[in-house]
Unconditional design. Structure first.
Length: 83
């Protein structure tokens, strides 16, 4: 697999998770898990998490995204099993 193709798939995955997090037709738990899944991309997830903070309709989603932004920027190791 070419490097460019791999980057493109990663970008698409991040965009899908962002879109799920912002989809008000989905259950809250699904939207929260999409935000959690973004953390798998570490610093590459920051633009998506920042977008969610600006556009999310629920404060709980904004706060979850802010928390992950803070943790990623501080260099913390994130694990979805700890969420």
């Amino acid at each position: 697999m070419c490097c460019e193709e791999k980057i493109n798939k990663s970008e698409i995955a991040r965009e899908v998770m962002r879109d799920i997090a912002l989809d008000d037709g989905r259950m809250l738990a699904e939207r929260q898990r999409a935000i959690d899944a973004l953390t798998l991309f570490h610093a590459e997830a920051l633009p998506m998490l920042e977008f969610i903070v600006r556009k999310a309709d629920l404060d709980v989603l904004k706060e979850r995204s802010r928390l992950y932004i803070q943790r990623i920027k501080s260099g913390a190791i994130l694990s979805m099993s700890a969420v």
